[in-house]
Design a protein around this ligand. Sequence first.
Ligand code: FAD
Length: 387
Amino acid sequence: MAIDFSLTDEQELLVDSVKEFCERNLDEQKINDMYANYGMSDELIKEYLDAGFGLMGIPEEQGGVPCDRVTLGILTEEFAHHAGCVTPFLNNTLAMRDMLDFGSPEQVEFCMSHYMETGKPIFSLGFSEPGAGSDNASMSSVTVKQPDGTYLLNGQKTWVTAGETLPYVLVVAKDEDPSPKNRTMSMWLVPKDTEGLTTAPLHKIGQQIMPFCEMYFDDVKLTEDMRVGEPGRGFFNLMKNFEMERCLIIAQSVGLAQAAMDDAAAYASERETFGKPIGDYQLIQLKLVEMETAIQNTRNMLYHTLWKMDNDESVRIDSALLKRYGAMNCEKVASEAMQIYAGLGFTTETRLGRLWKDLRGNEIAGGTDEIMVYIAGRQLVKQYKRN
Ligand SMILES: Cc1cc2nc3c(=O)[nH]c(=O)nc-3n(C[C@H](O)[C@H](O)[C@H](O)COP(=O)(O)OP(=O)(O)OC[C@H]3O[C@@H](n4cnc5c(N)ncnc54)[C@H](O)[C@@H]3O)c2cc1C
């Protein structure tokens, strides 16, 4: 079997153009303003689409530029690296993926036309509930069919990214019976201005460029044409795209960790104590060695997992191992980078505190570190069982 780690000419070009886009459109002042104002400007989101990045991974018949998953990983990593912050682009791509996979032709067209106009998906994703995050199957939001053929939705969703700003929400709710034993759920595309639907802000400690919120559903009236995908398949659909989501979250984490490494390694040769650069001390070198090892390991696991997906191989174990290892270790890279900057690192004068908090969030979003053990662990026991 041939192993080729080199980038194609197109991928090289992509890396260069992402770097150029970030240099042209983003600087620390702009990024900090976007975090302070809880959102990226509409113009920048549209610019990302117009530059072609937002079209990547979308089928040609929808006006997109198809590409493999490895290339989507490169786009996500490079963007996080050169921007030095999280961006809504990753979530936007993933949301459009859900709609393309499960929506009816009319729903796809409706959502795609909004996306092509604005660069934003028309909807946020609401699946977590205060009483059911990791354990999604225990959700209690429910739709009950009414005699006139409509449905009433009741329940609460939480941590809904962009839930307050996007005009629709794609909600997952149980069909008819809210009890834990009922596993049949459906997805519904609900306009936010529907009577009975309200939101309340939640305040994040990091990743504020993409705020999340609470969402309450009190006798929200739904019609059959708002259902997305097959009735009762909502849970299955929800799980289907998780593996790709986890890979891209880690692609973002590697990019952010690389940004922290760039800063810390450069600072180590500039900052002097006791008459020499701190980079001359082995304790600092050890930190840099461990940081670089974590980045390289995560990157290798990431692209191997994406490559397997591109080759239709199962990544059930790989994606969980990657999500856990990558999220934990990339967060550690930023933490160690702060340690190298010491007092300065603990101020807002550098971007390290922001990188560290953003990376910390990726240990929870898309499935916690512990849940990854739960997923991969059970599979590993099965895989290594002697006959
Ligand atoms: C930045 C960010 C963005 C998010 N965006 C969205 C969004 O857009 N839409 C949305 O619906 N949700 C979103 N979420 C919510 C996210 O999916 C949940 O927070 C996550 O799934 C964990 O659920 P929980 O917070 O209820 O934790 P819980 O499930 O209550 O877990 C609590 C603790 O127990 C551990 N634990 C739970 N079960 C087990 C087990 N079986 N074995 C061992 N340990 C266990 C967990 O790892 C955790 O440490 C987002 C979260 C974050 C941080």
